[in-house]
Structures are given as structure tokens and as C-alpha cells.
Design a protein around this ligand. Sequence first.
Ligand SMILES: [Zn+2]
Ligand SMILES: [Zn+2]
Length: 176
Amino acid sequence: MRQFDIFPAQTTVTGDPETLALDYQGLNKVINVSADVRIQKSGEEYFCQALVNAVVSTECSRCLTDFDLAVNQDTDFIACSQVTHEEKAGDHPDDEDYVFFTGSDIQADISEIVRQAIILAVDLKPICSNDCLGLCQTCGINMNEESCNCVKETIDPRWEGLKKLSGSATEHKEQR
Ligand SMILES: [Zn+2]
Ligand SMILES: [Zn+2]
């Protein structure tokens, strides 16, 4: 982060996926990453609202095929010096994320914030497309690519109500 004279300040930080070295289950690779950060200064603390934009290669949670996922994740954190943080301890709820200035400069490494934002997006069980058909529960083929003759049983209990609804609608018709 650079030093800003006017607040709120806005900046875009571009990260190097290599240095981010994000090793996480289900995540193959970070292809590119950047963050739009809006900074508001309050005393010696810098309140930051960041939008982490990244493209990562991950596995579709339905069909298990690798695909490129666009991540757009909001995250908030406070940047300040270690000293300020100790002085202010107790002023903020414990769940705030902090980054500390490195040395005496108004500069901070936000890699960990970016990592957490990407992990959050990958943990949301992303799917390759809204139309993804997933795998056949019987034979395991990828139904986006092939079709099989397995009998498809609807086991999702949420559909049971709908079945009844359509059933009673039909009965109603027959009574007329
Ligand atoms: Zn899929
Ligand atoms: Zn099948």
C-alpha cells in the first residue's frame, strides 16, 4: 500500500499468483489475482474494504471437472502498526482482520487477506455452469459429456411436495 494524502483513497493491487503460493484442497492453481481496495483513515488506523478479483482453476463440485472460476469476494480489514493495534486493543470486536505495517512504512502485506478470500470462494462448492448435469449417481459418467441408460430416481425430498401438488392438480381436473 502506498501513502495517501486524501481519504477515502482507492487503489488496485495486482498480486503475483506465484508469491501467493496458495496450496489448498480443491484448488489447482491461482491464474491471476488483484484487489480493489478502498481505504478510510481514522486516527492511526486504516479501514480497508477490498474486492478480491481472481481467476482460479478448481474442481466443479457437481461433475468434478476442472474449470476456471472467477472469484469476486468482498473482504474488510484494518491496516495499522503493531503499536497502534496494541493501544487500541479492546476498541474493536475481536473478529476484525488486521494487517500490520512492515517496519515504519505505511506498507502492508495483504497476501493472507487475499488467500482467505479465495479459500472462501472455493469452499462455496462452485459449479462449472448453472446447467452442469453432474455425474450419474448410478454409473458415475459425466452427464455433460455422455448419456447412460440408468434409471433416474428422484431422491431429493424437496421434490416430494411438488409431486403431491401436481398429483392433486390432476385429480382436481378429473373431478370436473
Ligand atoms: Zn460441472
Ligand atoms: Zn448412469
